[in-house]
Design a protein. Structure first.
Lengths: 265, 454
């Protein structure tokens, strides 16, 4: 039923990129995430799976502090990016987000040209010194997002005029244009058709070479196809975290087994 | 309830009437009838509003269009230098010693002489009655003409001058022989003479530019009254309102919508902004009188004070419209910008504001349109005054000179007794409506043009 995870994954050799210790998230009085501890590896695709409302998106949004934009949200615990606590008072979330890029559930390109969409991040962070350098970054990002060949002749057309799959790849290009170290993806394929999904999944596998990718997904097949590590969340708790192959073939927790076999969720 | 009865039938029993889709059930008929009735109410409501609007426009236009025309004499006038420039040195100061009365006498005599020359019977009217045909404003205009251009002296020019309001009214049908019999200002014999002058082409109704350009005139000279000062006053005020209300309104809206924490204070502010939008406009007039005139000592009747009051009045409306426009920008755009590391302000200014701009512009223009038509607060700050002098240019402190505004001019003319002013009042409404229509069209065009889909 599931594609076998790629055999050449050498997880143990990758270093830890993000360390979460005792993370608790509250929305007002409601606790959304209970005491989560997890180590996210570099150059690895980590999938968060679990039923709706289990806290996986909430957890993902802790990594770039997008939860800060929700007035009622409170985050406790520590999340270390390369050993630095991103919830330290001295950390500016704006600076953090240049390092931790994000791709959202619904493709959300800016209603501007394709070029402007990709160049926006490098521009505001002052990453390039000249127009030619910026052009290079745009091209490189679009190439990495496997979109260059389709849009190279119409960089000045509106990004919103692309198809859904192209829009999502444009959003990925926009996210990687700031050369982040971590790429967060919140159900990036849920609004796409199967063909576009396949393209994006292929892309995710390629992105692993340069980034640590964390993907939230509702599709267990997708998790099995693209990830090397999988974390299963249930009712706000991290139930099980391990190699994707292990989680899908030999889960240690009965709740994980129930979920992946379709009995809960 | 009717559905429940069918549920009470035991499941095993056969359904008594197998319902056919080809016949309507009683309930369905009732529902359809209700829908038809509702549509009829809607159409009726629209018809009533449209017919009221049609009646209103018809009244305004039938009363007001004639204000753009004016009974005008056209006859040759010889500008006798001996009377108009007795010293003969063409010095402006010397020539100014000849007052309007001198010009009045000259015009009266020349008109009487011209009638005699054209062999037009002046039966039943004396020279004084003929002189009464000429508006009191006309000699003043001739005098200004001569003072500005002394070379005219000695020449015979084809002069166009306004007739008095009664003659004007006779040409437009406002004054009839019946009303003339009861009127001490005009006699039937004078109207007969007017008829003969119309036949000879001396008297005719011409398009009246001075209605749009001239300042207001006194009660005795309705034919000379114009909208010039009112239009300049309104233009100054609109200009000041735009430059004050846009930054204030947009800044307040952005702060409240994007930055302000959601707590009891911001709730209170929000409720109060909505309340302020519903405060009667005359209250703002009292506020303006107390603060800007009595406390800050700004000059009365000045466009500056008017603009400040109108700014206060339109601010809540514009804040509400702007906030709605900002709220209509999808949150996914903000997420996208924040996600690539834009700061909050960059998110707002690079992404949210451009997308909200058409809505903000539309709201602002509609707010300005309501400010342009606002009368009550301006009455209280003295803009209803009779202003016969143009305010200075915008850079020469004209914003501090006394002026009126279009709606106030409508009000002040409508309250004068001479029917000629009522006609002018309706004419002023037409001008005001034209401005409002143009502003609304601009709002629609802007919205269409900049509307973006996402």
């Amino acid at each position: 039923m599931y594609d076998a995870p790629t055999p050449e994954t050498r997880l143990t050799q990758n270093t830890t990129k993000i360390t979460a210790r005792g993370v608790q998230v509250y929305y007002g009085d409601k606790q959304a995430l209970k005491d989560v501890n997890v180590d996210i590896l570099d150059n690895t695709v980590t999938a968060f799976i679990g039923p709706s409302g289990c806290g996986k998106s909430t957890f993902l949004r802790c990594f770039n502090r997008m939860n800060d934009t929700v007035a009622s949200a409170r985050v406790q615990g520590e999340i270390l990016l390369d050993g630095e606590n991103i919830y330290d008072k001295r950390v500016d979330p704006v600076q953090l987000r240049a390092k931790v890029g994000m791709v959202f559930q619904k493709p959300n390109p800016f209603p501007k040209s394709i070029y402007d969409n990709v160049s926006y991040g490098p521009k505001i962070h002052g990453l390039t010194r000249s127009k030619t350098e910026l052009d290079q970054v745009v091209e490189e990002s679009l190439r990495k997002a496997a979109l260059w060949n389709e849009v190279k002749d119409r960089l000045n057309e509106a990004g919103t005029g692309l198809s859904g799959g192209q829009q999502q790849r444009l959003c990925i290009a926009r996210a990687i244009a700031t050369s982040p170290e971590v790429l967060l993806m919140d159900e990036p394929c849920s609004a796409l058709d199967p063909i576009a999904t396949a393209q994006v999944e292929e892309l995710i596998d390629e992105l692993r070479a340069s980034f640590s990718v964390v993907i939230v997904t509702h599709s267990m097949q997708q998790a099995a196809r693209v990830s090397q590590k999988t974390a299963f969340f249930h009712l706000g708790s991290l139930v099980e975290y391990g190699d994707t192959s292990t989680i899908f073939t030999n889960p240690s927790d009965p709740r994980t087994e129930s979920y992946i076999t379709g009995r809960i969720g | 309830m009717t559905d429940a009865t069918s549920a009470n039938v035991p499941a095993s029993a056969p359904v008594p009437h197998a319902s056919s889709l080809l016949t309507q059930t009683a309930l369905m008929k009732k529902r359809n009838a209700a829908e038809t009735r509702f549509k009829a109410y809607g159409i009726a409501a629209i018809c009533v509003s449209l017919s009221v609007l049609a009646v209103m426009l018809w009244t305004i236009f039938s009363d007001g269009v004639s204000a753009f025309k004016q009974a005008t004499f056209t006859f040759p006038v010889t500008l006798d230098p001996e009377r108009l420039d007795p010293k003969g040195n063409r010095e402006r100061d010397e020539m100014m010693r000849v007052t309007t009365i001198g010009y009045t006498n000259l015009l009266n005599q020349q008109l009487v002489a011209y009638l005699a020359e054209r062999d037009i019977s002046t039966e039943g009217v004396d020279d004084k009655d003929i002189a009464a045909f000429i508006s009191r404003d006309t000699p003043a205009r001739l005098r200004n003409m001569v003072l500005d251009n002394p070379d005219l002296l000695g020449q015979t020019i084809r002069f166009e001058g306004f007739a008095t309001g009664r003659i004007d009214g006779y040409i437009k049908g406002r004054v009839t022989r019946d009303t003339a019999e009861r009127d001490t200002n005009i006699s039937v014999a004078q109207l007969d003479l007017a008829d003969r002058m119309i036949d000879e082409g001396i008297l005719s109704a011409k398009f009246n530019w001075s209605f749009l350009t001239a300042p207001d005139a006194s009660d005795q000279r309705p034919e000379a009254a114009g909208l010039g000062v009112a239009m300049i006053g309104s233009a100054y005020m609109m200009f000041l309102v735009v430059i004050m209300v846009l930054p204030l309104g947009v800044a307040a809206s952005i702060y409240l919508e994007e930055f302000a924490p959601k707590n009891r204070w911001t709730d209170l502010i929000e409720v109060n902004i909505s309340n302020l939008a519903a405060v009667p406009s005359i209250v703002y007039g009292i506020l303006g009188l107390a603060i800007f005139i009595n406390f800050a000592k700004f000059p009365q009747s000045s466009p500056l004070v008017g603009a400040l009051v109108l700014t206060l009045m339109t601010l809540p409306t514009i804040i509400i419209a702007t906030r709605a426009a900002i709220r209509a920008v999808p949150p996914s755009i903000r997420d996208a910008a924040l996600g690539v590391g834009a700061s909050k302000m960059q998110t707002v200014f690079h992404h949210v504001l451009p997308l909200a701009a058409p809505g903000i512009m539309t709201g602002t223009i509609l707010g300005l349109a309501s400010a342009l038509g606002e009368t009550a607060p301006l009455l209280l700050i003295g803009m209803v005054a009779f202003v016969a002098n143009y305010p200075a240019g915008p850079l020469d402190g004209g914003m501090l000179d006394p002026a009126t505004a279009l709606p106030v001019q409508v009000y002040s003319w409508a309250s004068r007794s001479d029917p000629a002013f009522i006609e002018r009042s309706a004419g002023a409404i037409i001008v005001l409506l034209a401005f409002l229509v143009v502003m609304n069209i601009v709002a629609i065009v802007l919205r269409r043009k900049f509307e973006r889909r996402w």
